[in-house]
Design a protein around this ligand. Structure first.
Ligand code: ZN
Length: 133
């Protein structure tokens, strides 16, 4: 795993949170993207070599809606950049991690993504992401 690519934060209202994070970073989000398959609206901020992803649910069945209902707003996942997501999924699976989607799917910000179940990572939802080239 190369580095922390981004940290995902679950927010109840993206428009409200954009105002807060624009103030925090002193610049606007560089990207807004809706991922219909995941039921989320996202916005990305740059922070040095890393990014912050804000996630808002677009419907009540969205994983973000369920997360907020259970835990409230806050840190949702840490994403690590990998060079070869298929190889990395196989390696982590053989190490006993629970992979939520063994076939990588198209995520936000031009990435292939896969998630590790928090049960196997001390309560932290971990995202693997590989840039689509
Ligand atoms: Zn993410």
């Amino acid at each position: 795993m190369n580095k922390i690519e981004h940290i995902g934060i679950a927010v109840a209202n993206l428009a409200d949170s954009l105002l807060i994070y624009e103030k925090l970073f002193g610049e606007p989000a560089y990207k807004h993207e809706q991922i219909a398959s995941e039921g989320v609206n996202t916005a990305f901020f740059r922070n040095g070599p890393n990014k912050i992803e804000l996630l808002e649910a677009t419907n009540p069945a969205s994983p973000i809606a369920k997360f907020i209902a259970k835990k409230g707003e806050g840190m949702h996942h840490i994403a690590f950049e990998v060079n070869d997501i298929v190889t990395e999924i196989a390696r982590l699976k053989s190490e006993g991690f629970i992979i939520l989607n063994e076939t990588p799917k198209k995520g936000a910000d031009n990435k292939l993504v896969a998630f590790l179940h928090p049960k196997s990572t001390n309560g932290v939802l971990i995202e693997l992401c590989q840039e689509i080239r």
